[in-house]
Ligand binder design. Structure first.
Ligand SMILES: [Zn+2]
Length: 68
């Protein structure tokens, strides 16, 4: 069993079946977690898709550029 670093809930994954670089999805919060290391087991957030969304937001956030 693996614990999600974001929401602390248990993810139904067998640690023995994980390899470095694998990406698993937390059932509880939906976060994508990349296996950074297997011994000891370390998970890191793998949300590359969200970066693309942020680029889209930049255009809408024109109001924030109040330089004057
Ligand atoms: Zn989670």
């Amino acid at each position: 069993m693996v614990t999600c670093p974001l929401c602390d809930s248990e993810i139904d994954v067998d640690e023995d079946e994980l390899d470095e670089g694998d990406v698993i999805v937390c059932d509880e919060c939906g976060a994508e977690l990349r296996v950074a290391s297997v011994d000891p087991l370390e998970l890191e957030e793998a949300e590359e898709e969200e970066e693309e969304e942020e680029l889209g937001f930049d255009e809408e956030e024109g109001d924030d550029e109040r330089w004057r």
